[in-house]
Design a protein around this ligand. Sequence first.
Ligand SMILES: [Ca+2]
Length: 166
Amino acid sequence: NTTFFFYNLIPTASSIAPPAPTQNPCPSGYVSWYKNCYKLVEEPKTWEAAQVACEQEGGNLASIDMSYDQAFVAGAILQGKADAWIGLRRKDDSSSYKWTDGWPVFFTHWGPGEPSNHKAEGCVSMHADRIFHGTWNDTDCNSAKAYICKTSSGRSYSAFRSIHIP
Ligand SMILES: [Ca+2]
């Protein structure tokens, strides 16, 4: 009886090794996306305070290195329904920008007319308003906004941290 034969080959429950635990590469509260981990924090902070909070969790405010990242981060922020800080800041006395994780600025997604580069607007947030489709705006670093942290296993840049040393 073939059916019976195969039935007897099925191991009993006690002989089955438990499945290997699924490896979640992200810290608690973070979502995995393309080898990085992201977390939207809806409690508003200034840009600096948001960056410090992300560093305390081993990361930085999110850098956005390519369109895949942009789509993912924009989706998270649109769901949060509030503008959120990302890790881009204008260099002092300059119109060029840098990511807090030290990644080169290859990709940008500025909104129409942005960056306006007003003197008081050096920090970059992403629009939650659907009209703006997650585009970027340079704005006042001292305004309190939601923010998105990013940690990545493969990169550990710390170029920006020196500014926080008292
Ligand atoms: Ca602006």
